[in-house]
Write a protein that binds this ligand. Sequence first.
Ligand SMILES: Nc1ncnc2c1ncn2[C@@H]1O[C@H](COP(=O)(O)OP(=O)(O)OP(=O)(O)O)[C@@H](O)[C@H]1O
Ligand SMILES: [Mg+2]
Length: 462
Amino acid sequence: MRLWIFCLLVFCSFLPAHLAGQLLLRGSLSDQIESRTQELQYQLNTLSKQLAKAGYLDDQNVVSVNSELSLLSDIYDGRIMIVDRTFEIIKDTYAIDEGKYNVSEGVLRCFQGEASSVYSKRAQRIQIILPIYDAGLAQVNGAVIMTSSTRVIENMVDSYYEMAGVIDLVMLICAAFLAFFLSSLLVRPLKKVTEAINKAAFGDMDLVEVKDCVETERICGAYNQTLTRLKTLDESRQEFVSNVSHELKTPLASIRVLADSLMSMEEAPVELYREFMGDISDEIDRESTIIEDLLTLVRLDKSSTELKVGQISINEMLELVLKRLSPLAQKRNIELVLESFRPVVAEIDEVKLTLAVTNLVENAIKYNIDDGWVRVSLNADHNFFYIKVQDSGLGIPEEAQGKVFERFYRVDKARSRETGGTGLGLAITYSVIQLHHGAIKLYSKEGEGSTFTVRIPLIYIA
Ligand SMILES: Nc1ncnc2c1ncn2[C@@H]1O[C@H](COP(=O)(O)OP(=O)(O)OP(=O)(O)O)[C@@H](O)[C@H]1O
Ligand SMILES: [Mg+2]
């Protein structure tokens, strides 16, 4: 990542400046050649008129013209040749080709009245050919050829290129330094976050705070949220495991005490054996109930838990629950009443919801006073059905109300043990209602009884 940022910064800062420089230099060479060509054309034009006027094609001993020719060739570092109508070179400022003939394409075209100018980069020169007209400007009598060196211009532009190369190098070094500095600055906060996350991988679950920039703050925020959730999960898992082992050990410890005391007696009466064996059997039942409840909870906890949803009459379901529990209520002369305000049919998992409601009604009986009452009511509107389980029992103290749905939580441990509770019933009820996308609420006052209300959608939302 850092390398990428570095390359990007170098690329973005250096390349545009380098390209702009190259374009300017290239433009500068063609501009200078162009202006030199125009200047030469102007000078030759004047010369051509002067030559015609002085009759130079017939007499080359005109001093003023000759000195003008040598002056021009000196100024422009060039060579001027004059060709007459027989294509003979009658004047060469280099005095090399005089008397020779020039029938080049440019000269031939010139005699047809066509001036030409050619720049040759390879030969580093500009060649201009202009016609020399007669006095009436009707006929081309000769041609004036000028070849001017462009070496000075090219050398100057070359030196510009060399300078640009040095500037490029300096710029590249500066850009690299700047990019190195900026990329370190950008990557540093991310490095800190990575280090902190790596620490967590080795068990150091501290929250991370890197406030160098908004982005890292956000990453840290999201990471801390996940970490806190993981910590909570880990704590609740540890608590759950210790609770489970404690709960599973309790019946086993009782069995061991009962069995040890029987074994220590040499001749125990048969009645005592029976009584102790009965107690051992009760403890085994208790152990199986705990294991069964735990397995139910584990199954409900799985994210893939699927409900076997069907169109179920809730009235019939509640009647069945109350019928099953009525012997328990009768034992303590507790009145069990069902109030159905309307027939309700809803999409639910019958087995699971029956278990949830059974837990509620069973609690209402278990934590009730003798000769008390339990009232179960059913109502519905367009979207939900409502089950209310009300009792005249002991009630739940306010500080315990938020905890009763936790696993293994019991208000009065001694009493719950007496009634055979493990503290898993309401946790199971809560999970089942959650799976149905419903809600459960508790209203209670110590000594005045409790009311649990359940709200579940009539149509199951998958
Ligand atoms: N209707 C109620 N009236 C008073 N206390 C209640 C009532 N329902 C639940 N509680 C309290 O909440 C605790 C948790 O209930 P929960 O049903 O989860 O466990 P449990 O009844 O102890 O055991 P089990 O797993 O056998 O149901 C109970 O131990 C009891 O103290
Ligand atoms: Mg219970």
